[in-house]
Ligand binder design. Structure first.
Ligand code: ADP
Ligand code: MG
Length: 621
């Protein structure tokens, strides 16, 4: 699994909650931290007496009543649209008890549209902006899972739909209506039509409670191999049956809902273990079977958990936060800021991970208060000095790494520019060679089907030389980067060990102070790295997608252009087959081309002396 991002949204207090005299107990502390206070403090209840009063939870993003629909969309979903167009899958879940804002987040209102409308709008917009080379066809299906029965919301019928798993393990819904759409308005109209079919019943928690899981699937098929799928899922409420005073049918629904959410939780738990160490049981519910690809496959997955801020919803909020925390812990690496296409993404992600680690410790550390005078022994001071020095060393290495990445990116882009000249020339020379126009000897000689006879202009010779020099430089930079990354990792481990030693010898108040300091230090580093990224982007690569430069990361045939000159002339048929697929396209305003490999190209052919060893233009998911 590519890793799950988890966001948490606290909705505003409702009128009903205020009328019941509820107080707000859930607060967003900063853009990632949420605190939940137990309203039963000082209670005589022995079950509550031993509980600490407040608990903090750290997520990839946290929103409260002041956060707009636009903010939530930008932070969780917008960054995934480009990857869908380039052939990746993405899934957004809305999770939480009934009445906490799941449908509001996903669908929204006319004046405050939710994630579905915004994502579809951006998807169509992005498709329009693509060159004709990347024609896309968009289709959608919309279904609900109610009481473990799948219903088609676009073509309602009393018959339920069945899931079918093909020999490659891909799960499909047999006979589901898949309608093609050409505009956001069209999809939204279909979505509205489908929503009217959704099973909704009033519960005590919400007048129009959705009792089913609704799954909207939007597929963008490009020419060739690309086929990206966006799944937007409004899960049914996760509340306990007791709270909604559900009886009879509602109680049965509750059991089914809980069964699928429990199955989802179990899958998430199993997926969090090292690959292969735990069996992931998707078969326990229709929901998990359907989501098999999104959970276990190559998909970007975002969960937006929802809670109410009210004291009356404490238990539900606590269990939602715990569930969401579990989902978050399955990520192999901490990746925040889904939207950032920073050239230094990995470094930034690393630093954010460190900050999250410190914050988590800081907020979960218990202590008698922050304002007591703190006394340190000499040994403690020395150890802390060591730790700060180690942090500074880590920061210096990080700076160096950021600089090196910047230089490497510039080199790649310059190489790409020269490569574009070479590729254009190669095509032209081949065409001339074929038509017999490019050489003084006339058509008869040119029919030898070799383009090496066509004299190269000075600009092409210069481009070839520059390209070779840049490829060599890139090789050196890669070596330096690998060495620096190794040292950075060592330094990180050293810092962690010192940090643990300091913590072992400190009181909780001292620890808190130290953790706050470390947090601050890492935040400064992060700020610095982001500033550098920003200035690099400002410096001419603003519109250059990170994925587009990836092919140039992998110059596995550094002397390819030189080899090409020496290669045996190929017969015209084979040459045509090999050369024509390399279409140089330049999406966006960026200066460099992306060489795209079409269906039927084989890696073997590439090693035989083509100018560029491109990779499939499918973005890495
Ligand atoms: P759920 O789908 O989780 O059952 P809803 O999305 O239907 O909950 O939300 C319940 C009520 O709360 C609705 O009236 C909705 O408009 C309101 N609501 C939820 N979240 C927000 C929010 N962030 N801002 C304003 N109103 C909200
Ligand atoms: Mg709902």
């Amino acid at each position: 699994m590519a890793g799950m991002q988890v966001a948490l949204r606290i909705r505003p207090m409702s009128v009903a909650e205020l009328q019941r005299g509820a107080r707000p107990i859930a607060h967003r502390l900063d853009e990632q931290v949420v605190v939940l206070r137990d309203p039963m403090q000082n209670s005589d209840n022995v079950l509550h007496a031993s509980r600490s009063r407040e608990k903090s939870y750290v997520f990839d993003a946290a929103f409260d009543s002041t956060s707009t629909q636009e903010t939530v969309y930008r932070a969780t979903t917008r960054g995934l649209i480009a990857s869908i167009i380039s052939g990746c899958n993405a899934t957004i879940f809305a999770y939480g008890p009934t009445g906490c804002g799941k449908t509001y987040t996903m669908l929204g209102t006319n004046s405050e549209p939710g994630i579905c409308a915004r994502a579809l709008g951006d998807l169509f917009h992005a498709i329009e902006e693509c060159s004709s080379d990347a024609e896309h066809e968009v289709s959608m299906s919309y279904l609900e899972i109610y009481n473990e029965v799948i219903r088609d919301l676009l073509s309602p019928s009393p018959h339920s739909l069945q899931l079918w798993e093909d020999s490659r393990g891909t799960v499909r819904v047999v006979g589901i209506t898949e309608l093609s759409a050409s505009s956001t308005e069209e999809v939204l109209r279909l979505l509205l039509r489908g929503n009217q079919q959704r099973t909704q019943e009033p519960t005590a928690a919400n007048h129009t409670s959705s009792r089913s899981h609704a799954v909207l699937q939007v597929t963008a098929r490009g020419r060739g191999l690309r086929c990206g799928r966006l799944q937007l899922i409004d899960l049914a409420g996760s509340e306990r049956a007791a709270w909604t005073r559900n009886r009879g049918q509602r109680m049965k629904e509750g059991a089914h809902i809980n069964r699928s959410l429990l199955a989802l939780g179990n899958c998430i738990k199993a997926l969090s273990k090292p690959a292969g160490s735990a069996h992931v049981n998707y078969r326990d519910s229709k929901l998990t079977r359907l989501l098999k690809d999104s959970l276990g496959g190559n998909s970007h997955t975002v969960m937006i958990a929802h809670i109410s801020p009210a004291s009356t919803a404490f238990e539900e909020s606590r269990s939602t936060l715990t569930y969401a925390q579990l989902a978050k812990s399955i990520r192999p690496t901490v990746k925040h800021n889904l939207l950032s296409s920073s050239p230094h993404g990995r470094i930034v992600a690393n630093l954010r991970g460190d900050i999250q680690h410190f914050k988590h410790q800081l907020y979960t550390a218990t202590g008698p208060g922050k304002h007591r005078a703190i006394h340190y022994t000499q040994a403690q001071v020395q150890l802390q000095d060591k730790l700060l020095n180690a942090c500074h060393e880590q920061a210096a290495l990080c700076q160096h790494l950021v600089q090196l990445e910047g230089t490497a990116l510039h080199t790649q882009l310059a190489a790409a520019r020269h490569l574009r000249i070479l590729t254009r020339w190669k095509r032209r020379a081949w065409r001339w060679g074929k038509e017999g126009q490019g050489k003084p000897g006339g058509p008869s000689e040119s029919r030898r089907n070799t383009d090496t006879d066509v004299p190269e202009p000075a600009s092409v010779i210069a481009a070839r030389e520059s390209f070779m020099a840049l490829v060599e430089k890139q090789g050196r930079l890669q070596e330096q980067k690998a060495e620096l990354e190794r040292r950075f990792q060592q330094s990180q481990q050293h810092t962690r060990r010192l940090e643990e030693a300091v913590q072992r010898r400190s009181s909780s108040v001292q620890q808190q102070e130290l953790l706050a300091l470390l947090c601050r230090l890492h935040q400064l580093q992060l700020h610095n790295a982001e500033l550098r990224s920003h200035s690099l982007l400002q410096g001419g690569f603003r519109h250059f997608p990170a994925t587009a430069v990836q092919p140039f990361n992998q110059h596995r045939a550094p002397r390819a252009a030189e080899l090409e000159e020496r290669e045996e002339p190929l017969d015209a048929k084979r040459r045509k087959k090999q050369l024509l697929p390399f279409e140089v396209s330049n999406h966006g305003a960026g200066p460099a081309p992306t060489a795209q490999l079409r269906r039927g190209d084989r890696p073997k052919d590439l090693q035989q002396g083509q100018v560029e060893p491109p990779v499939l233009s499918r973005a890495p998911c």
